[in-house]
Design a protein around this ligand. Structure first.
Ligand SMILES: Nc1ncnc2c1ncn2[C@@H]1O[C@H](COP(=O)(O)OP(=O)(O)OP(=O)(O)O)[C@@H](O)[C@H]1O
Ligand SMILES: [Mg+2]
Length: 228
């Protein structure tokens, strides 16, 4: 197959590993800088151009679109989709995943267990919302954020109120979530293809931290998931 990896930097570990794995399997693979793609939204023949070249012979796209370029990146990917190129992750799926509330709503619709989560707009509803998620300690999250940034643990009701006030004052959207203490700073990340978990890893936060993100100093280990 002729595969394009949409990535800003071919030297990133994740991008380089994908190139290596694709080559090992005998595929043609090329890293394309997402932000250098430009497009013609024509009805009869949508196209994508790259540094003067017409990109028209890819069979599949592996999007590696960072949170900071979600808007442009998903527009480029959508254009490839319109041209009939197969995306490993669809543009709509990426957009959904970038909004924590939207992704939780989708997971809950499919009956997946979630920590109690609340969302409100008006500061007048905050007190009731705190009660709704079970009081302190609780987790406050920016709706848009990744690598653990904007995920805050409030140990007391007072601390929760001041963090919430500060965020609402900045006019950013936040959600409140029940704190899952028994996780002990660990979480399990499952990679799903189709309906199947094909790989899993456990991430563990360092001492004194509840967020397991590797960017926040967490460590990762391989685990096996057993479905009962
Ligand atoms: N309700 C919670 N209770 C306990 N720990 C939590 C809770 N929510 C998040 N955490 C910890 O904080 C980490 C970061 O939270 P989360 O995954 O929601 O944000 P993110 O990693 O910044 O965003 P995304 O996963 O969408 O990129 C989680 O991996 C988990 O270890
Ligand atoms: Mg996360």
């Amino acid at each position: 197959m002729n595969i394009a990896i949409l990535s800003r930097n071919p030297k990133l570990y994740s991008t380089a590993r994908l190139v290596e794995a694709a080559q090992q399997r005998g595929h043609e693979v090329r890293v394309i800088d997402t932000l250098r793609c430009y497009m013609n939204i024509a009805t009869d023949k949508p196209s994508i151009h790259y540094k003067g070249e017409d990109l028209n012979d890819f069979d599949a796209i592996i999007p590696r679109i960072g949170a900071s370029v979600t808007f442009y990146g998903t527009a480029v990917l959508r254009q490839f989709e319109m041209m009939g190129v197969f995306p490993v992750n669809e543009s709509v799926a990426i957009t959904r995943s970038r909004d924590k509330l939207r992704s939780l709503q989708l997971l809950s619709r499919k009956g997946i267990g979630l920590p109690v989560t609340g969302f409100a707009h008006s500061p007048d509803d905050v007190q009731d919302l705190i009660k709704m998620v079970g009081g302190a300690p609780l987790v406050i999250k920016l709706l848009e954020g990744t690598q653990g940034i904007g995920v805050v643990l409030a140990e007391t009701k007072k601390a929760a109120e001041s963090v919430i006030d500060a965020f609402l004052g900045l006019k950013v959207n936040i959600m409140l979530q029940e704190y899952v203490k028994e996780a002990g700073g660990a979480d399990i990340r499952c990679l799903v293809i189709g309906n199947k978990v094909v790989a899993a890893m456990k991430r563990q936060a360092p001492e004194g931290e509840f967020r397991s993100n590797l960017h926040r100093g967490g460590s990762a280990s391989l685990i096996k998931i057993c479905l009962l």
